[in-house]
Write a protein that binds this ligand. Structure first.
Ligand code: COA
Ligand code: AMP
Length: 634
């Protein structure tokens, strides 16, 4: 053994029970587990079976009982409303306990689902923790999704109650949430009994009598609720994420394994202790928000920051530096796209000079590939370690990272460093054979996955097995491709499915194609993710129209763009489409997406031997030049 990482990693793989017992002992249990890793029902592995816990107790009450009641638990910093509100652990616990009383009064009990469709306000975190307190299962839906997407999630999760707010604020625009919620409930087959609405002064929502309850009024009459013990294996939340079709996957997270892994990760991965200030600049609607705005920092006894703003424009590209210095942030986590946005506005980081950043020790980035320019820029400006780490909604925490609390490895450009303890990452070929060092293949993880990862999809074990476990027996398929070098560094290159990453947001091109195909004049279509300087990737649509359509193409393009915005939401950032005569295909009829993508990204490509008619590629190139891609970009 050469260092603490090698030792920890080896134990995590060879003796997972021994490895995870220590971190589990660090948490509060009403009843200790019978088994650490329960592999009695393969391939469904469970952690800490027989144990009873409460995640909210561990995130709040536990710290109060251990002397942290007066420490700030959460700082809500909202440049879009000029508000900074600080909650101590006692204040946050009291708000959460009272809101748990509101949910209780609406009939929510252990195991019931609650959908939370909210902007980045403290009440979103309060609602999440209140669910955890009474053993209800929350499902947070990101605010940038359209009513149809929300409706799909309502039908799948069947929530007893939906918690929402009257509006969100996007830089300077007020986005009314309540009409979207009303529309979603209209679309959905399943109807929630009650909606609890937090009224914001910028836009008051109209309420549906008998169904809608005002947050503030309901709080006044609610009795604070105590924590309810739940089984370690009971679900804490469902988080829907893009799959390869329009049907999102309901990733489930349990209580026990999640609590143990996340608390442990705060020190092991981020090198953060109780009392430190930690900031994940993401959104509670994404997994980063669940894990590292809400649960992990609170489980560790940190102060977490909930930021309602953007890296630029609220009010300027110096806002990240303002938040870091004002609240004494030690460790920050965001997506590379946020730094690209800042770099574009303030390339010489002039605004950084206005702030004392001496408290700031480490920057963690994830959500998409970290491009060398962004890494260098951040390192040069900040002069602190900039750590890339790789993870997914499904995994809940980092698969690969430079685990700063265990051993600080030298950074290698383009690599999120090595597998975190618990993650037996391998690279395999299509026949599931492990490839040679340095060869590209499918990145997979040998089962069992560590605690904190998805035990299954919400009420859909079959889809869980089909999506993740079937293609490479004995392994979890990450659907990322990459390689491992001779020193064990992992390189994540691209997705192997139709998922694209737009400004750190995960989207399915398949879902967008389903929308385009619904346009009555579209005969065939393809959506691809092409390179974008700011967002990493953006979707571009190619439409083949029905014979005889003679309306102006611009009109049809506008209509499909509006359809995607309306059905998936503004977050899809679908703003470019073009009409083509035909799509390049193989002789067997498969669209040559890889080739179109290479043309769009202005990369070298070979004319595939299987193509039915190579002249189509010239047509595609012309179409792409027409919308600002391919050769026209250079
Ligand atoms: N509610 C309603 N609309 C929302 C929304 C929300 N919560 N979040 C985003 N949108 C809208 C935006 O207003 C935008 O609408 P527009 O097309 O009318 O301009 C659209 O969805 C796309 O949003 P976004 O992808 O965020 O692009 P942007 O141009 O507004 O901002 C960045 C670009 C890079 C500044 C921004 O994406 C960002 O800060 N990213 C940080 C990374 C991050 O949070 N990643 C999450 C995982 S770590
Ligand atoms: P999400 O589920 O939204 O977190 O998206 C997960 C996907 O984002 C992964 O499967 C990767 O394709 C991509 N991703 C996340 N982090 C990284 C990273 N550090 N490097 C490369 N790709 C990443």
């Amino acid at each position: 053994m050469t260092n603490a990482y090698d030792k920890a990693f080896a134990q995590s793989i060879n003796d997972p029970d021994g490895f995870w017992t220590g971190p589990a002992e660090d948490c509060h249990w009403y009843k200790k587990w019978d088994k650490v890793l329960d592999d009695s029902n393969k391939p469904f592995y469970r952690w800490f079976t027989g144990g009873e816990v409460n995640t909210c107790y561990n995130a709040l009450d536990y710290h109060i009982e251990n002397g942290r009641g007066g420490q700030h638990a959460l700082i809500y910093d909202s440049p879009v409303t000029n508000t900074i509100r600080k909650y101590t652990y006692v204040q946050l616990r009291d708000e959460v306990a009272r809101f748990a009383g509101v949910l209780f009064n609406q009939g929510v009990a252990k195991g019931d689902r609650v959908i939370i469709y909210m902007p980045m306000i403290a009440e979103a975190a309060i609602a999440m923790l209140a669910c955890a307190r009474i053993g209800a299962v929350h499902s947070v839906v990101f605010g940038g999704f359209a009513a149809k997407e929300l409706a799909t999630r309502i039908d799948d999760a069947k929530p007893k109650v939906i918690v929402s707010a009257s509006c969100g604020i996007e830089v300077k625009r007020v986005i009314a949430y309540k009409p979207l919620l009303d529309k979603a409930i209209d679309f959905a087959e399943f109807k929630p009994e009650k909606c609890v609405i937090f009224q914001r002064p910028m836009e008051e929502a109209s309420m549906v009598a008998g169904r809608d309850v005002d947050w503030m009024e309901a709080m006044e009459s609610a009795q604070p609720q105590d924590c309810v013990p739940v089984a370690a294996t009971d679900p804490l939340y469902i988080l829907y994420t893009s799959g390869t079709t329009g049907e999102p996957k309901g990733v489930v997270r349990d209580n026990g394994g999640h609590m143990v892994a996340l608390k442990w990760s705060m020190k092991a991965v981020y090198n953060v202790d109780a009392g430190d200030v930690y900031w994940a600049a993401s959104d509670v609607g994404w997994v980063v928000g669940h894990s590292y705005i809400v649960y992990a920092p609170l489980l560790q006894g940190c102060t977490t920051i909930l930021f309602e703003g953007k890296p630029v424009g609220t009010p300027d590209a110096g806002v990240f530096w303002r938040v870091i210095s004002e609240h004494k942030v030690k460790c920050m986590f965001t997506a590379p796209t946020a730094f690209r946005a800042i770099k574009r506005e303030d390339p010489r980081a002039e605004l950084m000079k206005n702030y004392d950043l001496s408290c700031f020790k480490t920057l963690f980035l994830a959500g998409e590939r970290l491009d060398p320019d962004t890494l260098h820029w951040a390192e040069n400006c900040l002069k602190i370690p900039v750590i890339d780490h790789w993870w997914q909604t499904e995994t809940g925490w980092a698969i690969c990272a430079n685990c700063m609390g265990i051993h600080d490895f030298p950074v290698k450009m383009g690599s999120p460093t090595k597998p975190a303890p618990g993650w037996n990452v391998q690279v395999v070929d299509p026949d599931c054979n492990v490839v040679k060092t340095g060869e590209i293949g499918a990145l997979v993880v040998k089962l069992p996955l560590p605690p904190g990862t998805l035990p299954s999809l919400w009420q859909n074990d079959k889809r869980y097995v089909e999506s993740y476990l079937e293609e490479f027996p004995g392994y979890y398929k990450t659907a990322d491709a990459g390689y491992i070098d001779e020193e064990g560094y992992v390189y994540v290159m691209s997705r192997t499915d139709d998922i694209i990453n737009v400004a750190g947001h995960r989207l399915s091109t398949g879902a967008m194609e389903e929308v385009l195909a619904d346009h009555p004049e579209v005969a065939e279509c393809a959506v691809l993710g092409v390179e974008d300087q700011l967002k990493g990737q953006v979707p571009v649509g190619f439409l083949v129209l029905n014979a005889g359509v003679d309306r102006p193409h611009e009109d049809i393009v506008k209509e499909v763009i509006a359809m995607v915005r309306d059905r998936i939401g503004p977050v899809a950032a679908f703003k470019t489409a073009t009409v083509v005569k035909r799509l390049p295909k193989t002789r067997s009829g498969k669209i040559l997406r890889g080739t179109i993508q290479k043309i769009a990204d202005n990369q070298q490509y070979k004319v595939p031997a299987t193509i039915d008619d190579p002249t189509i590629l010239v047509e595609m190139e012309e179409a792409l030049i027409g919308i600002g891609y391919a050769k026209a970009r250079k």
